[in-house]
Design a protein around this ligand. Sequence first.
Ligand code: SF4
Length: 167
Amino acid sequence: MLKYVDAKVVFAEIPDEITLAINISGCPCNCKGCHSSYLAGDIGKPLIEYPKGYSDDFIVHVDELIEKSSGISCVSMMGGDSDPCLVNVLASYIKYTYPKLKVAWYSGRQELSDSIDLFNFDYIKLGPYKEEFGPLNSRTTNQRFYKVSGRELVDITSKFWKHEIEN
Ligand code: SF4
């Protein structure tokens, strides 16, 4: 099971999108200097669960979150590295059920999990938080933000950096 702590409409996490960002708990990444260390706990409400009994159907709890967030263009799962398979299933569900919405994932891992099918995603962020390099909006960041183009990842991290005006 993946659980979430809260879900908010945000504007800066995914460039050019109005995003419902779902903060997933149970983060196993343990980044030094983590801005949200409470997300390591097994807290919050169910977001997606494995099938129960003889059913083949995963149990999702995302519809109410999406339906009460009018005006969004994107849904982003913030975390979920404890079970990327469930992240992938949830992304697939959102893509199928809400075809007009983009789907994003913020992972704290350096490498993309083998459980992820890029077909289900429009954006992927990879990389742990490292204090010495800073977050995505720092030019020295180690983290990378990708737009999914077909089966390729296109690095658009620089969209988070403020561009100086050249004279
Ligand atoms: S991935 Fe994010 S939430 Fe998890 S430990 Fe690192 S900074 Fe914290």
